[in-house]
Write a protein that binds this ligand. Sequence first.
Ligand SMILES: Nc1ncnc2c1ncn2[C@@H]1O[C@H](COP(=O)(O)OP(=O)(O)OP(=O)(O)O)[C@@H](O)[C@H]1O
Ligand SMILES: [Mg+2]
Length: 458
Amino acid sequence: MADILVVDDEQRQRSILKTILSEEGYRVYEASTGEEALKILKERAPDLVLTDLKMPEMDGLQLLKKIREAGGNQPPEVLIMTAYGTIASAVEAIKNGAFDYLTKPLDRETLLIKIRQALQRQQLLRENISLREALYDKFSLNGLVGRSTSMQNVIEMVKKVAPTNATVLIVGESGTGKELVARAIHYLSPRKSRPFTAINCASIPESLLESELFGYEPGAFTGATTKKKGLFEVSDGGTVFLDEIGDMPLQLQPKLLRVLQDGELRRLGGQSPIRVDIRVLAATHQDLEDLIDRGLFREDLYYRLRVFTIKLPPLRERREDIPLLAEHFLRKYNQEFGKRIEGFSRDAMEALNRYHWPGNVRQLQSVIERAVIICDSGLIELSHIKDELIERKKGVIDIEIPDEGIVFEELEKELLKKAMQKANYVAKRAAELLGMSYKTFWYRWEKFGLGKKADSEE
Ligand SMILES: Nc1ncnc2c1ncn2[C@@H]1O[C@H](COP(=O)(O)OP(=O)(O)OP(=O)(O)O)[C@@H](O)[C@H]1O
Ligand SMILES: [Mg+2]
């Protein structure tokens, strides 16, 4: 049977309640002030608090706020008792997370019904929490959440590769969690108490990147008056995360390869090699093989990097992860903003599940953050998220590739024809629909033998 804490400054009121509730089989604790109540809450963790609203010193509303602030895994439900005429503050209490209010003088039946309802909700919430925790144990690793087969594979790979010294290449679209994976690898490795240093090769000017990474000797260039250790040296014993490795200037790539192969580097203007003990993790959203074809990335470096590759699929290809991630971020922002939102309405969750998430997990995270900020009820509703889910414009079509494969050119041809139909045979518009120039459109149209451009169409 449940435990109930009765808080009221009037002794007579407390004893009436105690009699009623005990007869029903509840165990009852009593407190005559808010302070006393807080003490009992700490010691006994009752399932429900039945508190008077008007009390000297700490009133019911303040007590409620304190209970909510304390948080904890299984906070009690709170029922407020109020005299007729103070309904406004009772409503305020509900906004602050009270389950309901009862007006005095209390009606025995109503009292018992509301208590039963509150305890029922308590029960449900607790079941939900333990379910969630079970999910977490199984589907997360160092902040990396995912239940899809592909994310479970990623988690397995991270676990396997983390304890080694292997260089890892992490690839995936923007916002898929590449940096998070890199951090997980570092913190699960024996290097965890040594520095994790991240550097974004795309955001540092080419001229600076070399001295940043490798350091320099005095006189290496004008302005280099003292010697400076580079990032690789400073991170000795730790992990260096080279983000956007595809943007590493070609002329620096052999130097990096040397670090990877021999654990050696030379400062700018330096003569003798310096030994470093670092582990390198690299990430990119670009297709490195394509960069190699275009002469922008060295093949030898690529083969060195890709020995152990972790591929993060875009969120739209692992939709089973969406509810779990949404729940994860809801929890995070509930805590951060001190809210108690319990979940998502059905249509809000459906919209999240349906969306194509061009910005991947990062976008989902910011959608939930914003929703938590603007939501002031117990549930995230469609209205809290729908403005952020901008429908796809160009580019993304979910095409299933059948087992026997497809002929790419046939697909392209189909797209050209479909665009032309949709554009009512106005070629300019068709080209726009496909995001290509008018010229390119006609070039392809003619190439596939779909017709010739009439001169008048220029
Ligand atoms: N599987 C996941 N579980 C929990 N949080 C995730 C997951 N994947 C990504 N995130 C969160 O999404 C945000 C973006 O992730 P991250 O910065 O690692 O992406 P990225 O792939 O490095 O993106 P970019 O290419 O734009 O740098 C981070 O706040 C990260 O914590
Ligand atoms: Mg990143």
